[in-house]
Write a protein that binds this ligand. Sequence first.
Ligand SMILES: [Zn+2]
Length: 255
Amino acid sequence: MPFYRYFKRKWLLNRPFPDRWLKLLEQRVPVYRQLPSNYREKLRKHLVILMDEKRFEGCGGLEMTEEMRVVILAYASVMILEETADYYAGLQSILVYPYDYQAPVYEVDENGFVTEGFEHRKGEYWGGGNIVLSWPEIDKQLYEDDYEGNLIYHEFSHLLDDKYGLSAGIDQNDLPIRDDEWTHVLAKAYRRLNQRMYENRDSVLDMYGTESPAEFFSVSTEAFFTKPDEIHRENPDLYRMLNQFYKLDPLRWRG
Ligand SMILES: [Zn+2]
């Protein structure tokens, strides 16, 4: 880490935490209230650093507000409470849209047919460090009680996956090509979700996770943080591995 960054972070952490941000955390970031107090303090520190270092771009005419930045980076902070992951060092910018944005699609199927067009997306991670998010989707997820999933956890976990090669141990045939416990558990859980989809059975995990091992990891992360009791019940091994990776135990946060 460059010296100036080290000193800048130190300096930032010595300043009083802004009242406005605290109000936003309390009112607009539901998970903040569920955290034990030592984690609340840690989250505030991470937030101060991320707010200083990460760049946002409002797209499609969206004017970025302080509230949007605090909400997005507060959730990003939750995931790194125990493992700072160098504060998402590879993250270049966070692009935020005022609607589900349109992503260009170009696909070639087995028979060589090409599909071109646009697809509505709520969020996306572009390898190389850019995250795209739809603000209305986040708004809906955070303030509708029965909404399942969390776009912020989803997209930021792709960054962690890239950094640590978490899903890279599973090959195209869904078989582990690395011989470690993490990879075996992930591969098994991934096959299990595919099996459930094939048999038309429900899962606590979003079926979007069947797309690829990388999507599976991100979908599992969403469930780990938003419905820990359910994922723990459905697949205790997967919960245990996520618990080891994040060094966090969201099961204990519900009070
Ligand atoms: Zn994804």
